[in-house]
Write a protein that binds this ligand. Structure first.
Ligand SMILES: Nc1ncnc2c1ncn2[C@@H]1O[C@H](COP(=O)(O)OP(=O)(O)OP(=O)(O)O)[C@@H](O)[C@H]1O
Ligand SMILES: [Mg+2]
Length: 305
């Protein structure tokens, strides 16, 4: 029979003996792995200084969060900058700016608020986007008379957004002798733009001059709101000299991008008491479906101020 030719060459070890050694090794491996994982997360968290959420801002800063703007990178825009429209179908996005506008209007102890600096610590945080969309909300939806000033003299952008010439603007106004008239451009019945003018490699002396203060003061007598879009505050030596010229500053922070240390420097540079609050820009993306939700029909809000 076939079985007769079988010969035992290796004695099998009982299953329980094998298991004992293997389980021990597995446990050591598992605990070691968990410890290494936890260590990596801890180190990464410590080295990732970026502010990611409103909770982190509340933890680190005393300034109120006046607005949270969703990321709408998916939105198609001919200008490349996601501007809101009067009847914007991206309900949550347009609503974020309406709610920011309400926060500004109903700020405690700020009844006379009308001149605003829109600034941030670093490039590409969203200053220009925020300034432009607040200007559009106030002027188009609420019919307020708004002057939007491009004070980013080094890298002007507002003329490109509104597709107007930039040959003459704030820079020329700052250099003009005496009370030279400013060259402003009417974008709509209610929105006026003071473009930056020819780029200026060293903008600080002009921006912190008495002439700049006069321009803002004078504008405040002619418009309901004066919004000043600035260069990144991290690049300005005397940011506090500029911030005292307005009723207050809005500090834009880009979620998952602006480091905590840079925001702290910007707060110190501007002067804590000059900051009205923070705008957290680029919070979690809403996704195309929510951005273009038809369920929430856009509301044309009443002009309340
Ligand atoms: N919430 C957002 N969703 C999608 N894209 C955004 C958002 N905010 C800003 N961006 C995009 O990020 C870029 C930088 O924005 P913006 O120009 O407003 O920043 P900035 O702070 O003015 O930059 P700079 O310091 O260079 O002037 C632009 O391309 C803009 O379209
Ligand atoms: Mg800008």
């Amino acid at each position: 029979m076939f079985v007769r030719f079988l010969k035992v060459t290796h004695k099998a070890t009982p299953a329980s003996l094998v298991a004992k050694g293997t389980i021990k090794q597995l446990l050591v491996g598992l605990i070691g792995g968990l410890l290494v994982g936890a260590l990596i997360i801890f180190v990464l968290n410590r080295s990732d200084d970026r502010l990611n959420s409103s909770t982190e801002i509340i933890e680190h800063f005393t300034e109120p969060i006046l607005g949270q703007i969703p990321d709408v990178s998916d939105a198609r825009s001919a200008t490349g900058l996601p501007l809101i429209q009067v009847e914007d179908e991206r309900f949550a996005y347009a609503e974020a700016f309406r709610s920011l506008r309400s926060s500004l209007i109903f700020m405690p102890n700020q009844a006379d608020l009308k001149t605003l600096l829109i600034t941030s610590a670093l490039p590409t945080d969203g200053k220009t986007l925020t300034a432009t969309n607040i200007a559009l909300t106030l002027s188009e939806s609420y019919r307020r008379r708004v002057l939007l000033i491009d004070a980013d003299l080094r890298r002007p952008a507002l003329h490109q957004i509104f597709r107007v010439p930039n040959a003459v603007g704030l820079n020329e106004g700052l250099k003009a002798k005496g009370d030279g008239r400013l060259s402003v451009l009417k974008i709509s019945d209610t929105l006026t733009l003071l473009p930056a003018g020819r780029p200026e490699p060293d903008p600080m002396s002009g921006l912190t001059s008495a002439r700049m203060a006069n321009i803002i003061e004078e504008a405040a007598t002619r418009f309901d709101w004066v919004l000043v879009d600035t260069p990144p505050i991290g690049l300005l030596a005397d940011a506090n000299l500029l911030s005292v010229m307005t009723d207050g500053a809005l500090l834009v922070i880009r979620a998952n991008q602006t480091p905590h240390a840079s925001v702290l420097k910007a707060v110190q540079a501007l002067g804590r008491e000059r900051i009205l609050g923070v705008v957290l820009n680029g919070t979690e993306s809403l996704g195309r479906e929510a951005e273009y939700s038809q369920y929430y029909a856009p509301v044309v809000p009443p002009a309340t101020r």
